[in-house]
Design a protein around this ligand. Structure first.
Ligand code: 5AD
Ligand code: SF4
Length: 549
């Protein structure tokens, strides 16, 4: 049955995995209330953008969408237009001044209030607004009284088929917000203080997802390794244990002395999930922070075979001077020491990183130090971003954006060339090896050829990490995604034109994208399973192989 137009929603998501998860939770919450979703904005009565503020480019896309909707809104006044997520929180009422036809603003910490906002927006002429402001940082107590957002995470209903990898892959949030205040970053202002969800709740959520057929879970947090839940300070409201304000353990890579008892550390959580959800085939986590990543976490990964040996740990710069200006809280030497600890404990682990070029004051010498670090670290991939000044951040207020754009672009491309060569070598080392691939769906090329077949848009989540700024590298075309990281759109191997075969795409344990051909009749059954693939060819961004069953 068709939903009334006022309940037909078009939701578009920009940005990171945290936003993808928020959109999934919003979808599930609104579906339970009778809203239906459409991929066609033209037929929707409600248009929602779940937005990202990390770089200006991501915001520009939303500004242009909003601008285009102005005339439609004047023709169709009952159309509801809402901005969710980080842009709503960052821009707040200024956004309403610029775009008075927007009916609703909802920050990422207020998404549980969306149904109420939609109702208010449809009945009153005033915009409906729910923003956190900075209230989330005011409470000095360890446990914030009642954390209503927790209910949104708890309420998830999972409908296989309309999710990633045919419902076999899921995100689970373990922390929200961030306390690190890197000087370039808006996240501490848009997502608020770091909050850690209770471990029992996380285990229960994962168990439920696996019972519903999920094969792979990715734990999400801005600084996931700083997860820490103090049981003595737990607060329960209406029978629900509340998330807790983060009090990270700052003991370098020593063990937290309270871990395993009064405190659940990140290592404890990983072990619990591994042992208490035995049917979970793959457990991943993003994103790690280079400081205070304990040996206990590395040991948990080593001893638990179903935890993937893949660590995404952004370095941001190879220059101590710039790291200090960024307020990153570690030196290049400490970062190198961490990489060495990973390699010693987890041979063969894949490491990925993020780098910002053109941070205020970055000299050629600073940049060369980043090149050197990248050559040394041999990341499997590295997202490279041009510094984007963000209003409200300490760098925006204090440091002039003094590296010219063409210098940023040159440095960006130089790093991509260095990383491209390393990625190519890492991929090539897999030729003639058989790897286990978690099949996510049709490959990008296949999905473009046959959009009706694709279970998700022809734009795989978080695809490979080379930021190309719309340029071509190694004969590969790529485009920046909403997060500013890169997705290669034509990076995959072109499949043979054989009507009986389709090209599928998946990932190895180490997060290497792998494509292979499979009989068309088996394709749907393979999506969401883990299969052995013998690698025959390697490119900078992708491996290609054959099913080795
Ligand atoms: N400019 C450019 N890149 C940024 N990032 C975060 N803030 C900015 C900014 N203002 C990058 C960092 C981070 C990734 C998610 O985005 O590299 O790790
Ligand atoms: Fe932003 Fe730094 Fe927090 Fe990452 S750790 S979200 S870069 S402030």
């Amino acid at each position: 049955m068709l939903a009334p137009r006022g309940k037909l929603v078009y939701l578009e998501t920009f940005g990171c995995q945290m936003n993808e998860l928020d959109s999934e939770l919003v979808t599930s919450q609104l579906s339970a209330l009778g809203y239906r979703f459409t991929p066609d904005a033209d037929e929707a009565g409600v248009i929602l953008y779940n937005t990202c503020s990390v770089r200006e480019q991501a915001e520009q896309k939303v500004w242009s969408r909003l601008g285009l909707l102005k005339s439609r809104k004047s023709r169709q006044p009952d159309l509801l237009l809402g901005v969710l997520g980080c842009m709503a929180e960052r821009d707040g009422r200024d956004l309403l001044r610029k775009f008075p036809h927007v009916d609703l603003l909802c920050g990422p910490g207020e998404l549980d209030k969306l149904p109420l906002l939609l109702r208010n927006a449809s009945t009153t002429a005033e915009p409906a607004v729910a923003l956190q402001g900075n209230t989330s940082r005011r409470s000095a107590t360890l446990a914030a009284a009642e954390d209503s957002l927790e209910r949104l995470d708890l309420s998830r209903s999972f409908s296989p088929g309309d999710q990633r990898a045919g419902g076999r892959s899921a995100y689970v949030r373990i922390t929200r917000g961030c306390n690190k205040f890197c000087t370039y970053c808006v996240v501490p202002f848009t997502r608020g203080a770091e909050m850690h969800r209770p471990p029992d709740t996380i285990v229960e959520e994962c168990r439920m997802l696996v019972e519903q057929g999920v094969v792979e879970i990715t734990l999400l947090g801005q600084t996931v390794n700083h997860y820490r839940f103090e049981h003595d300070a737990a607060v329960t409201v209406d029978g629900v244990t509340q998330p807790q304000k983060g009090r990270s353990f700052t003991g370098g890579h020593d063990r937290d002395p309270l871990g395993g008892g009064r405190v659940t550390t990140f290592a404890d959580l990983l072990r619990r999930l591994h042992d208490e959800v035995p049917d979970l085939r793959r457990l991943r986590f993003v994103t790690s922070y280079p400081r205070d990543f304990g040996d206990d976490v590395l040991e948990a990964i080593r001893e638990c075979p179903r935890i993937c040996r893949y660590i995404h740990v952004p370095v941001q710069s190879g220059s101590n001077r710039i790291l200090e200006a960024m307020n990153r809280g570690y030196t290049v030497e400490e970062y190198r020491d961490f990489i060495e600890r990973i390699r010693a404990c987890l041979p063969g682990a894949m490491i990925a990183s993020d780098v910002i070029v053109g941070f205020p004051g970055e000299t050629e010498e600073d940049f060369e130090a980043t090149v050197e670090l990248m050559r040394w670290a041999r990341f499997k991939n590295c997202f490279v971003f041009k510094y984007s000044p963000r209003p409200g951040t300490p760098a925006y207020d204090r440091l002039p954006d003094d590296v010219p754009d063409e210098v940023k672009r040159r440095r960006n491309n130089a790093l991509l060339a260095v990383q491209g060569a390393i990625s190519q070598e890492i991929h090539a080392a897999h030729i003639d090896r058989t790897v286990e691939v978690f099949v996510e769906g049709m490959s990008t090329v296949q999905a473009r050829r046959e959009p009706a077949l694709a279970s998700e848009p022809p734009h795989p989540r978080g695809a490979i990490g080379l930021t190309l700024n719309g340029r071509s590298l190694h004969g590969v075309e790529a485009e920046e995604d909403d997060c500013g990281s890169a997705c290669a759109t034509a990076a995959e191997f072109v499949p043979e034109s054989d009507a009986n075969l389709v090209q599928l795409s998946g990932r190895t344990e180490g997060d290497l994208i792998t494509v292979f051909q499979a009989p068309r009749a088996r394709a749907q059954a393979l999506i969401g399973s883990i299969v052995p693939v013998r690698i025959e060819e390697a490119r900078t961004l992708t491996l290609k192989g054959v099913l080795a069953e």
